[in-house]
Design a protein around this ligand. Structure first.
Ligand code: SAJ
Length: 457
């Protein structure tokens, strides 16, 4: 089997290499000459656990070029960005890929779209462009098989997760299923193209809405003077409740974008857009907290730990750090960043101590595991404030080193709001109301500490 994979990014390249490692001859196509050169010189354009050894296994049956060529299977894995001005999907790369395939398309070929698209895109946008080949749908086979892999675990999830395959007709579904079964060990569920497109968007929208709910709970908990992390741990003991984690916002190329694909042509939806709004406002919320801590400090400097969009990866696409930094700079704060996973980013310093030196507030935006072990004693800050927007630090240790620690969603040590009074804007609590830890008292009823470890309350 010869497969031509269009788009050698975070999804296309691992998919191409998995097919090659499982016996297919694979031609990887990318419009970026630099990506093609990089791969043909034996290098990888990005990092992902396991991809290097996969590449070595696959390289005898893999080559890269900038144009497609005749093949048995064509797979489209190109980006589908969001137009920031209109919040409407930009399908230009998908259209271009279909147009590039058309001259090479023959009867019985299979075309698979993996890119995430609004419902109906296969029928209305992709198939008509493929038919310009002179071969009609039905004579060639067509399926949508949306990717489901999470960055950081891409290879494991690509092979282990179940997949949904939506086909143009029965033959398309069966052929696409057989093709994916060469390396997918998870169950394959079959449907039509439009349903598969919708399902993918539902998955990411469901996650976005649930993160928004956690973020609202965090803000409500601060208003109520309780610790949301403990509350979530307890609520999740219910057999049918599974609340996600609050944080400084939702990044990545999928969850912050896909909900708009679902609703872009709808006149009735509100909850999906509201959830997007809640998640997009989280960098503002964290900055409000910083502002309240930094009031009165001359020329304040904020030091950000973690600019990747989530923990233990170096991916900064749509990271909430971008918005946080822009807002902070617009308010006149100097900003420095530290992220051991990221190579390039504005204001990035390669050493944690250098980044923190002389700064006034450390803000943890990303839940990298390595941050848990940071020794606050080694940080020479001018003013010792830390905002833990992911609840990952050992707070007692930081308090022990003279830091005032403010945890997103932990209102248990903030000033309570007297009943009937209007809540001040988020984060505008007085600095002396920030978290300070009392000496441990004997265990009381619950043994859940803010971050779910055993402790005292
Ligand atoms: N986040 C929170 N709280 C949480 C979970 C996540 O604030 O409890 C934040 C993360 O920090 C990050 C963002 O949400 O900024 C998204 O991270 P994620 O780990 O939820 O998801 P992605 O974007 O890395 O990958 C998602 C996955 N989709 C689902 O889990 C439904 C993945 O399976 C998809 O393949 C991927 O989108 C995609 O490409 O569509």
């Amino acid at each position: 089997m010869k497969i031509c994979v269009l788009g050698l990014g975070y999804i296309g390249l691992p998919t191409a290499l998995l097919f090659a490692a499982h016996g297919a001859n694979v031609v990887g196509v990318d419009v970026k000459q630099s990506v093609v050169d990089c791969l043909n010189h034996g290098n990888l354009p990005f990092n992902e656990p396991g991809i290097e050894s996969l590449y070595h296994e696959a390289k005898v049956r893999f080559r890269a070029r900038t144009e497609p060529e005749a093949a048995d299977v064509f797979l489209i894995a190109v980006p589908t960005p969001l137009d920031p001005a209109t919040k409407v999907s930009d399908l230009s790369y998908v259209k271009k890929a279909a147009e590039m395939i058309a001259p090479h398309l023959a009867e019985k070929n299979l075309v698979v779209l993996e890119s995430t698209v609004p419902p109906g895109t296969s029928e209305r946008v992709v198939i008509p462009r493929l038919e310009k080949s002179g071969v009609a749908a039905g004579e060639f086979l067509y399926a949508h098989c949306p990717e489901r892999a999470i960055p950081g675990r891409t290879l494991q999830e690509m092979t282990g997760n179940s997949r949904v395959i939506g086909g143009y007709d029965r033959d398309s579904i069966d052929r696409a299923t057989a093709v994916y079964q060469t390396f997918v060990r998870g169950q394959i569920y079959q449907t039509d193209t439009r349903t598969a497109e919708f399902v993918k968007l539902m998955e990411n929208t469901c996650r976005d809405v649930n993160i928004a709910l956690a973020n609202e709970f965090a803000q409500l908990a601060e208003e109520c003077g309780i610790n949301v992390w403990e509350a979530i741990t307890l609520a999740n003991k219910h057999p049918r409740v599974s609340i996600l984690k609050p944080g400084p916002g939702v990044g990545g190329h999928c969850i912050a974008i896909d909900p708009w694909f679902l609703t872009e042509n709808s006149t009735r939806c509100r909850m999906v857009a509201t959830a997007r709004e809640v998640n997009d406002s989280m960098p503002n919320y964290v900055l409000h907290i910083a502002r309240s801590l930094l009031a009165g400090i001359r020329n304040p400097t904020i030091c950000i730990f973690g600019v990747a969009y989530k923990g233990n990866i170096g991916d900064t696409r749509e990271s909430p750090a971008f918005k946080f930094i822009q807002l902070a700079e617009n308010e006149g704060y100097a900003v420095r960043c530290y992220d051991p996973y990221v190579g390039e980013f504005p204001h990035l310093l390669i050493d944690a101590a250098d980044a923190a030196a002389g700064s006034d507030c450390l803000v943890v935006l990303t839940d990298h595991d390595c941050f848990r072990a940071i020794d606050p004693a080694g940080l020479r800050m001018r003013t010792k404030h830390v905002i833990d927007a992911r609840n990952i630090l050992d707070h007692e240790k930081w308090v022990g080193q003279g830091f005032s620690v403010r945890v997103l969603g932990d209102g248990s040590l903030l000033q309570p709001v007297p009943l009937g009074e209007v809540m001040p804007p988020a984060g505008l609590y007085s600095a002396d109301a920030t978290r300070s830890i009392a000496p441990p008292s004997p265990p009381s009823i619950s043994l859940l500490s803010p971050n779910g470890r055993e402790g005292y309350i």
